[in-house]
Ligand binder design. Sequence first.
Ligand SMILES: [Zn+2]
Length: 345
Amino acid sequence: MTKIINLLKKFPFRWIKKSEQGDALIIVAVSMVFIMGMLALVIDLGLAFLSTGEQQKAADAAVYSAGRLLPIETGNTTKINQIKNSSINYASLNGFNDLTQEDIILGKISNGQYTEIRVTVDNAVPMHFAKIFGIDYLDLSRTAVAKLSPVIRTTGVAPIGLTKDEMDARIASNNLTHVTLKYGVQDRTPDESPSFFGALDLDGQGGGASDYRIWITQGYAGEISVGDVLLEESGNMVGPTYQGFEERYTACTHFGALSGGDGCTSDNFEPTCPRIVKVPVYSYGVDKKTVVVEGFAAFLLENQTNDGYITGSFLNMVSNGASSGSNVGEGTDGDFGLYNLILSE
Ligand SMILES: [Zn+2]
């Protein structure tokens, strides 16, 4: 036994040990470089991808804010420039200054109008550790898309409107100006509903010129949805109708309204203008005392008479509310030109 031990002692273990240590050192060194390299990449890429969150936010803000200018006629270069510049501005407000007009694409054409906006925010993120591997920048891009979709539920509705049959016919013949939204004489044959002049009771509580006056001036605070059954307001409501129109019409402060100018018109309007009313488009209920909401439309108030008529011109526009999710022009039910802007993709 001792013989074997002595023999083993003579064997050059020291040399072997030394050599193994060397190998190990090389392995450790190589591993360290590899691990550090990976770590460096992970840190750089991690930071880069974290920054894409900001990029996405800028892209979302750009489509969502500028998208409110939709829909835009495909040939209207003024408005196309306006929406593109607005996108560039909103991206810049969110820290991305390099957006160009080419980064903004309008699409989903329906009835000659763009109904979708797509914005791509590119960013060259400088690398720190990855420079060791010759990567100085990482090009990252984030895209946001917003589209119009018909409003099917909304607040702020005015207690006047028009029938779906009339609206459909007017859309079909492109006869959308000077539309009667409230009548001064009965709208229907006397045997149907002798006291209906086009005024609606939006809260279903019945009666009340004071409620009606508030609704026509400010819009109804509650939600109205497609499919809701609304009571017909009985009577002409001349006084509150006149007052409501007057308050809204004179409250316009845009396009020179304060200095004797026209103020908002259906060609040039500020979307928040009090002259704009959002009204239900309805069909008559079976009981001849109610109407059923089929959709919503926006009009710019134009004229009234002192016997209860109100007229306005149709507007295609974006409003608050919930949308059906369907595209403009697809599934035409409930699509009367009042849209919600929703992020898609
Ligand atoms: Zn205005």
